[in-house]
Write a protein that binds this ligand. Structure first.
Ligand code: NAD
Length: 281
């Protein structure tokens, strides 16, 4: 079985570049599908407190027979828990549900600019890393301004920024800023949530050329441009199909053609909330 390549964080730890996300998966279903993802070859799982399935993910880990050092688990601090003490508390509760001693990566789920607690929250993540409870710390849905403020006020650069990113919304500014600071970029909704993107004629044409599916082509594009990518599916055949994207190598003209699908210059492409303005504790 092909193993996912790994990328190295600014703290020296590594992350499998291809992972498996479990947003909108019920807790009891999560146990089954994470187990299937492990069987397919995935070793990196992305969950969050707000997904309500950390327990199911924990049961899948416990039942997998895999050693902690063989897998990479991410969970996220929910908005209502932002703040120094409340973050330390929420972290322990997540660990209890996951059944883990040490977490691979903990993320602040959203910037929440109006709430304005993200610097104190970041200080709690720094403390958890110092205590050895979490190996790597990062953020999700952060803007350039939010990232810069964390760096300016704490001197600790996040390992990763997990953001909405797919060919229709390719986030070139945030990716370039991250690269300039040593922050990896992780793509959420990497398949555009499975809608129009997977029926796009350009995507379908290049996929056909490679004897691949549109989903595989899009995942291979993420891998080729250096994103960490966490596609979700609860269908076993698609879990295997998505994992097999690792075997697909794109040439420069394929990548250019997919890059050309970006709609953000026209003020379009985004599916989810805009982190610069959204505040939804
Ligand atoms: P996605 O882009 O991964 O799309 C998932 C959907 O695509 C599936 O439900 C299915 O309908 C379709 N699909 C998957 N594989 C397919 C295949 N091989 N062929 C055809 N269709 C296929 O969307 P997502 O779940 O929104 O994002 C992935 C993960 O990113 C989430 O599960 C979660 O872990 C993470 N995420 C994080 C945030 C955040 O705020 N940090 C927000 C959204 C998602």
């Amino acid at each position: 079985m092909t193993l996912s390549p790994t990328l190295t964080f600014n703290d020296g730890n590594t992350i499998p570049q291809l992972g498996y996300g479990v947003w909108q998966v019920e807790d009891d279903v999560a146990e089954k599908v994470v187990f299937q993802a492990f069987e397919a070859g995935f070793r990196h799982i992305d969950t969050a407190k707000i997904y309500g399935n950390e327990s199911g993910v924990g049961r899948a880990i416990a039942g997998s027979g895999l050693k902690p050092e063989e897998i990479f688990i991410t969970t996220k601090l929910w908005n209502a828990d932002q703040g120094y003490e409340s973050t330390l508390q929420a972290f322990e509760e997540s660990m209890e549900r996951l059944g883990l001693e040490t977490l691979d990566m903990y993320l602040i789920h959203w910037l929440q600019p109006k709430q304005d607690k993200y610097v104190d929250t970041w200080k709690a993540l720094i403390e958890l890393q110092k205590r050895g409870r979490v190996k790597s710390i990062g953020v999700s849905n952060f803007t350039v301004e939010g990232l810069q403020r964390l760096i300016d006020e704490t001197g600790v650069v996040p390992a990763i920024n997990q953001i909405e990113l797919h060919p229709y919304f390719s986030q070139s500014e945030l990716r370039a800023f991250g690269a300039s600071k040593g922050i990896l970029t992780q793509a959420w909704s990497p398949l555009g949530q499975g809608g129009e993107l997977l029926e796009d004629a350009v995507v379908a044409g290049i996929a056909a050329k490679h004897n691949a599916t549109p989903a595989q082509l899009v995942i291979a594009w993420h891998l080729a441009i250096g994103n960490v990518v966490i596609p979700k599916s609860v269908t076993e055949s698609r879990i295997h199909e998505n994992y097999a994207s690792l075997d697909l190598t794109l040439d420069a003209s394929d990548i250019e053609a997919i890059n050309g699908l970006d709609r953000s210059a026209a003020g379009a492409g985004r599916i989810g909330p805009d982190p610069a303005v959204s505040d939804f504790a």
